[in-house]
Design a protein around this ligand. Sequence first.
Ligand code: SF4
Length: 368
Amino acid sequence: MNLNTLYKKALNLLPLTKDEALLLYNDLPPNQLFSLAQQIRFIKVPQKRVSWQIDRNINYTNVCISGCLFCNFHCKLSEREKSYTIRTDELKEKILQLRQLGGDQILLQGGLHPQYNIHYYEELLSTIKSIDPNIKLNAFGPPEISHIAHLSSLTIKDTLKRLVKAGLDTLPGAGAEILSDRVRKLLSPGKPSVTEWCNVMEEAHNMGLGTTATMVYGHIETLEERIDHLFTIRELQAKKMAKNPGFRAFICWPMQIEGTKLNARFITSKTTSLEHLKMVAISRIILNNITHIQASWLTVGKEIGMLALHSGADDMGSIMIEENVVSSAGADHKMGSEEIQRTIIDAGFEPWLRGQDYKPRESSVSLL
Ligand code: SF4
């Protein structure tokens, strides 16, 4: 199939094969790839508006047995000076600060703690909901769910059910990195396999939980493995029941490796801005069954984030109060509510504040 025919096939939202997707990525001039992705963006999200969100990270513990080579955040339980678990008074303070800034969601993530089973997590969620019942909890991710299920001798389904009962609202697509067992064995051998990651997401989708999907690229993976990853996500999304939200958004970003074991042990090439924009574009083209694609400014900076809005992305993500994980490995970009809105306007779009469900929220932080 020639490039012209492939271009039309993608624009008609017909599912591409992996070879076809690779051909588009490699052979279509970048400006045409971005234009194709942007046309699909406007089919999926017709308005010339870009969503953004106010949420905050809370990393409830840094104790983790996984030992991912790219992670500077975690430590062992035996590292008494460094290890922590969040206290209730700290939670209260963080929630208050989030509310003062107009936020309504917490991204709650931590390590795979060797001693915490389902009871700890139920308590954590219900404590937050008792502090503020209206706060939305976007919590954990497939590795944590799999770990909790294992430690608690529960099925994935029962683990999710109990966490939802305790206050879990949505499940982030954390810990996907690259969905290839070859890559996972090298980078994060303590994390669940591709099949386990997918099983957690499938259970979540079957229960009607909203989720997101992610990809962290630019380390030891091949381009083919990135494309395989996108197809795995597309296939998972295709399995969900129409009435359920499934993956509400897809977010990809280049891995931050500064000072990590990964940086010391492997020769890794830093990804370029052009590569990020091409990844955003090909994600939009392949994942034509997912509505929202994020620009991922946090790791690539606001200028590249603006260009991503012209390469298929329609969501600027969150201002991310207190991000600890990627910032500990070299990403130091920050934006407040005013700046993120100005950035969206400067890119030629209308900013609108969204909630966890990607629907507009009444803005109590109208700054412009
Ligand atoms: S990335 Fe997550 S799972 Fe991996 S070591 Fe860090 S905290 Fe643990």
